[in-house]
Design a protein around this ligand. Structure first.
Ligand code: ZN
Length: 388
């Protein structure tokens, strides 16, 4: 059994420590201290320097008690979204929320608390276990930057669990690839009243391109959105520049590529319809497209060791955990790409990224109990392998 009072108090302590992305140092130092007191060898990598933050990822290596057992990773991110400074958690029975001026930061400090509590219990109850690499990342919320820059030489594990989703009854094993778009549409500036025929409106091109563009839910595994549009200075100027920012995601790489090409083509086709010649100089509408890959899809099979562990532990507890696909990305997308096979287990966080964020501690307790059972089962399997 886990210690409910202790994990709740740890969560309350952690959410009170400010740690918006790139400013995670205070919480990183606290987590480092806790893990060292628990006997881990703790290092902070140089990811912070690479991303302009004030600390790197915290990597706490805990020794195992089973000779020859393979290390397992447990990971959660330390950063929160804004508004996330000065969190005043309000405890109302089993529900923890904020005063409505900030997020709670249960995303993902509940994950941090689950990991630490589970390891404490392994130690206290002398449960045989494999070595554990606890990875507490920075800058998950601003493009998975901590995971992307994680110093892998400090991590031994080749598989593990990320604790960064809501319902402990779900294990996310699939997640999309995502592209980020920056489009610049160029027209030709001219006076709207005096010489409209000598201008090309970038706003018009953007409108036509967007009207032709498939957006929203494209198919059962693909989504796309234009989220920002900017352009124009005055009503009497034909606008020569509009910028658009958007994204597309898909579980299927080919479908993501097709959607990306489709979006570029819609804008390019619209731009190419416009051409003016002024004093012998011909100008055409044109589009500059910048596509960056945010992250790659993850697809962990049900037969994988980590999924079998989680499902096995759940069934021993008479709980049902279902694997499913997420529409978003998390550190697990990056870890899988880096060769650490991992899935994302829920911790109880709700209404995340809003000032209404809340958490039912019973969910967090369930997540921690399951994690303890996962580590116990993992130890039994490792011993079985070692002895067999
Ligand atoms: Zn998160």
């Amino acid at each position: 059994m886990i210690n409910q009072e202790r994990i709740k108090n740890l969560l309350l302590e952690l959410v009170r420590i400010d740690s918006v992305s790139r400013k995670e140092r205070d919480v990183a130092e606290r987590i480092k201290q806790i893990c060292e007191e628990m006997g881990a060898e703790v290092e902070i990598d140089d990811a912070g320097e690479k991303v302009g933050g004030n600390t790197g990822n915290v990597i706490a290596r805990f020794a195992g008690t089973i000779p020859g057992a393979e290390p397992i990773m447990m990971s959660a991110h330390m950063d929160t979204v804004v508004p996330g400074e000065g969190v005043k958690p309000i405890v109302d029975g089993d529900i923890i929320r904020t005063d409505g001026t900030t997020v709670l930061g249960g995303d993902d400090k509940s994950g941090v608390a689950v990991i630490i509590e589970a390891i404490r219990c392994l130690h206290e109850q002398s449960i045989p276990h494999a070595p554990i690499d606890a990875v507490f990342s920075i800058c998950e919320e601003v493009g998975l930057l901590g995971a992307k820059h994680l110093d892998l030489s400090k991590v031994r594990a080749k598989y593990g669990i990320v604790f960064d989703s809501d319902d402990p009854g779900f294990l996310f094993t699939k997640g999309p690839s995502a592209n980020h778009f920056e489009f610049k549409i160029f027209g030709l500036e001219s006076h709207a009243g005096v010489a409209p025929e000598q201008g090309i409106s970038a706003i018009r091109i953007a409108a036509e391109g967007l009207a032709a563009m498939k957006l929203g839910r494209i198919d059962d595994v693909t989504t796309a959105n234009i989220g920002v549009i900017r352009g124009g200075e005055a009503t009497n100027i034909i606008t020569n520049l509009v910028s658009l920012r958007g994204e597309a995601r898909s579980l299927d790489e080919d479908k993501l590529n097709a959607q990306t090409e489709h979006m570029i083509k819609c804008l390019t086709d619209a731009a190419e319809k416009y051409e003016v010649t002024v004093e012998g100089v011909t100008t055409r509408g044109r589009v500059e497209s910048e596509v960056t890959r945010e992250y790659y899809a993850m697809d962990v099979p049900d037969s994988s060791r980590v999924v079998q562990l989680v499902l096995g532990a759940a069934s021993r507890m008479n709980l049902e955990v279902r694997t499913l696909a997420s529409g978003g990305g998390c550190d697990a997308n990056i870890f899988n790409r880096k060769g650490i096979e991992c899935a994302n287990l829920g911790t109880g966080m709700r209404a995340i990224h809003t000032v209404k964020e809340w958490l039912d501690v019973k969910d967090m307790y369930a997540s921690a109990e399951m994690t303890l059972e996962i580590m116990r089962l993992n130890g039994e399997m490792a011993r079985g392998t070692a002895e067999g």
